[in-house]
Design a protein around this ligand. Structure first.
Ligand SMILES: Nc1ncnc2c1ncn2[C@@H]1O[C@H](COP(=O)(O)OP(=O)(O)OP(=O)(O)O)[C@@H](O)[C@H]1O
Length: 338
């Protein structure tokens, strides 16, 4: 329970359905010591007359998510903190805690569903297309998928707010949706400047593909592959970030066409059912939340990476980003772009 609308309604719907519910709030990150979210979750549990547990994982979150986020930008990559948090932290921690407490099921307020297909549990898209969060959950293993309950799966956000309101949980009903990365809701450049020692990021140079100097930039970590806006230069043509060379603090700009790629390699991947994904030609890959769905064929390589052959070229494939595989609304797996 994050203290937000969705997990609050999830708890009360589970209670309605007859489950004996225990609320869990992880202390992942607290902006300037603000623990209002914790009080909100606790108050809601008191009103529902259910037990509430808070679990301080701020150090773990700092090491595995925030430090990773900073490290990835410093390596010229594009990190995916929410995907990593869900797959490596939030759900595994829920499982661990449930085991310790002798509880079988665990639930969140994610807008996703699950379906049992050919002997395997799969994440499927939530009923509300505007809120679907399936893109973030490709990395969960069967023993988590089997035990998860997803009370938001069939609902729209509008309906969820109505439920909270109807039941008199007015604060929960009117909470704002969380936006972007929880620990970095602002521009990530400001965050990097704040977190890193002074002068860690120094001005460098933009070049074109043939090595001609174009202009000065503010430091390579401030740019990501595929970026067009915010380059701080005014050319009479559209240019995009094509490559980043951290050692030389060099950023290569090109036209969009030059960013097209027809293949990519994934590490740290997870496949729900290999027979449903590998070597099939009707698989969809997404590398952005709710954008750019492309056909592809996936094969497992001798070095244990996944090779993704795109049927049509994709632009802006950035190292560090996640790729999620789908067939219609069913998540088949995913991985991190190398
Ligand atoms: N600090 C936390 N402790 C426990 N569970 C959490 C925490 N943060 C998020 N979750 C769970 O993960 C789900 C998805 O998280 P996300 O950050 O996307 O929140 P959200 O969609 O804004 O949901 P909510 O309205 O519940 O805050 C939440 O609905 C909640 O069940």
């Amino acid at each position: 329970m994050s203290g937000g609308t969705d997990s609050s309604v999830a708890a009360l719907l589970l209670q309605d359905a007859g489950y004996e519910v225990t609320g869990v709030t992880f202390r992942f990150y607290e902006k300037e010591g603000d623990t209002e979210y914790l009080d909100d979750a606790r108050t809601l549990c008191e009103r529902l007359k259910i037990k509430h547990i808070s679990y301080d994982v701020r150090n773990m979150f700092r090491e595995t998510i925030i430090d990773y986020f900073i490290r990835e930008y410093m390596a010229g990559h594009t990190p995916v903190p929410c995907t990593l948090c869900n797959n490596n932290l939030k759900w595994p921690l829920l499982q661990q805690l449930a085991d310790e407490l002798g509880i079988y099921h665990f639930a969140t307020g994610h807008y996703v569903r699950k379906r049992f297909i050919d002997g395997f549990y799969h994440i499927t898209a939530g009923a509300d297309p505007d809120k679907d969060q399936s893109f973030f959950l490709w990395g969960l293993p069967q023993d988590i998928l089997q035990r998860m309950l997803l009370p938001m799966g069939e609902l729209t956000k509008i309906r969820v707010r109505e439920i909270a309101e109807e039941r008199g949980f007015l604060k929960a009903a009117h909470k704002r949706d969380s936006l972007g990365v929880c620990f970095c809701p602002m521009d990530y450049r400001t965050f990097l400047r704040r977190e890193l020692p002074e002068n860690s990021i120094r001005p460098g140079k933009f070049f074109d593909e043939t090595g001609n100097f174009i202009a000065y930039h503010e430091g390579y970590p401030f740019y990501t592959i595929g970026q067009r806006r915010g380059l701080g230069i005014d050319l009479n043509r559209a240019v995009f970030v094509k490559e980043i060379f951290p050692e030389e603090n060099k950023v290569i700009l090109s036209n969009l066409k030059a960013l097209e790629k027809t293949e990519m390699t994934l590490k740290d991947w997870n496949i729900t059912n290999p027979d449903a994904l590998l070597c099939k030609d009707d698989v969809i890959v997404k590398i952005r939340y709710r954008k750019q769905a492309n056909r592809c064929t996936v094969t497992l390589q001798a070095d244990n990476t996944l090779h993704v052959q795109l049927h049509e070229p994709l632009t802006a494939i950035a190292t560090g980003q996640a790729a999620a595989f789908y067939r219609e609304d069913v998540v088949l797996g995913g991985g991190i772009i190398q």
